[in-house]
Design a binder for this molecule. Structure first.
Ligand SMILES: NC(=O)c1ccc[n+]([C@@H]2O[C@H](COP(=O)([O-])OP(=O)(O)OC[C@H]3O[C@@H](n4cnc5c(N)ncnc54)[C@H](OP(=O)(O)O)[C@@H]3O)[C@@H](O)[C@H]2O)c1
Ligand SMILES: C[C@@H]1O[C@H](OP(=O)(O)OP(=O)(O)OC[C@H]2O[C@@H](n3cnc4c(=O)[nH]c(N)nc43)[C@H](O)[C@@H]2O)[C@@H](O)[C@H](O)[C@@H]1O
Length: 315
């Protein structure tokens, strides 16, 4: 590949896609194809095939998906299963047919079994039952990972799956029903500070989570694009986690909120822990660089700067 290679970045307006777009431009890639979902609905196979025939990309980065936090996953199982299957199947199949050189698929740490040993190694995939709230999304992602593995096996093409941990950063979704925990906390603590009120959080606060800044995720994607990775699946994270309660204390401090915090145990906790073993990608030379506290400060500042225009994904 060269700096002139034609790269199709699917989902370029999303949190991950926009970080990848910034990183591609900063690294001198000039030939980037990008379409919004209203210009090109990736669930539509005819549209996707026509787009690939017309533009002939040589590299595809799939950052397009139906994405959401624990309640969105629980409440919209069909969209999380079917939209993701359709989007990834159309992209993967068109890429095989058009002879794409390299395809980067994004899975998620929730594809591993709910009670797998920690930290999670890539080889634990399909060794036990999934967590209930996000099993629909996880099943779709597992199908994508396996499709890439099959293509590598059968055709020897560089189709690679990266398994990101929970991500956060600029252009995250701040809708209080559909978002992930970190952006929800930033908004809840900020608004409670303004109103002088308590903060209501979900579950018991005991689950452990790992968080990676999206600019680090983008650097992992560029690393996977620019290097030949010998295997088909790589975890991407920091290798460090903390409890939801500790995350709440950190964000309360950063947002300067001083009231009480209440946890609502009628809301789901989800997986007790999903810490990734990131040694496989680290050995090859990639490493995260943004410390969690610094990343949350940067994201809170981004939220303050974009309060009128931040994203709220309604389902
Ligand atoms: N966020 C996380 O914590 C996390 C963790 C692990 C893995 N991931 C993975 O990372 C990837 C990106 O996630 P994200 O957080 O960046 O999500 P996001 O902010 O919600 O962005 C998703 C993107 O997908 C596009 N999209 C959705 N449906 C589409 C359709 N039918 N046709 C065309 N485009 C469509 C959207 O395009 P428009 O804006 O044009 O509508 C949007 O830009 C996903 O594969 C996700 O599973 C995310
Ligand atoms: C990376 C993603 O992880 C997702 O799992 P998962 O970490 O539990 O998803 P999150 O929605 O980030 O929730 C993480 C933890 O934070 C708790 N939590 C506390 N307060 C809140 C709140 O106000 N909003 C949210 N959203 N959570 C909150 C939630 O109960 C759960 O234990 C999967 O559902 C996706 O499919 C995906 O894999």
């Amino acid at each position: 590949m060269t700096k002139q290679s034609r790269i199709f970045l699917a989902g370029h307006r999303g949190m991950v896609g926009s970080a990848v777009l910034r990183a591609l431009k900063a690294n001198g890639y000039e030939n980037i194809l990008a379409k919004t979902s209203s210009e090109l609905d990736l669930r539509n196979q005819n549209q996707v095939n026509s787009f690939f025939q017309k533009h002939q990309p040589s590299i595809v980065i799939d950052a397009a998906a139906r994405v959401g936090g624990i309640l969105a996953n629980r409440d919209y199982p069909y969209q999380f299963l079917m939209d993701n299957l359709l989007i990834q199947n159309n992209l993967i199949d068109a890429s095989v047919r058009q002879g794409v050189e390299k395809f980067i698929f994004l899975g998620s740490s929730c594809i591993y079994p709910k009670h797998a040993p920690q930290p999670l190694k890539e080889e634990y995939l399909l060794t036990g039952p999934l967590e209930e709230t996000n099993s629909w999304y996880a099943l779709a992602k597992i199908a994508g990972v396996k499709a890439c593995e099959a293509i590598r096996k059968q055709f020897g093409k560089e189709f690679v799956s990266l398994m990101p941990t929970n991500l956060y950063g600029p252009h995250d979704n701040f809708d209080l029903h559909t978002s992930h925990v970190l952006p929800a906390m930033i908004r809840k603590f900020h608004e409670a500070k303004e109103e002088g009120s308590a903060v209501e959080l979900w579950g018991t606060g005991t689950p452990m989570r790992e968080f990676l800044h999206v600019d680090d995720m983008a650097s992992a994607i560029l690393f996977a694009m620019e290097n030949t990775l010998p295997e088909s699946i790589y975890n991407v994270g920091t290798g460090k986690d903390l409890s939801i309660k500790d995350l709440a204390s950190m964000i309360q401090h950063i947002t300067a909120h001083h009231g009480p915090i209440h946890f609502d145990p009628t809301k789901p906790d989800g997986t007790p822990r999903k810490l990734l073993d990131v040694s496989k990608l680290k050995i090859l030379g990639w490493k995260d660089s943004i410390d969690l506290e610094e990343g949350v400060r940067l994201t809170y500042q981004w939220f303050l700067d974009h309060q009128k225009g931040y994203k709220e994904v309604k389902l």
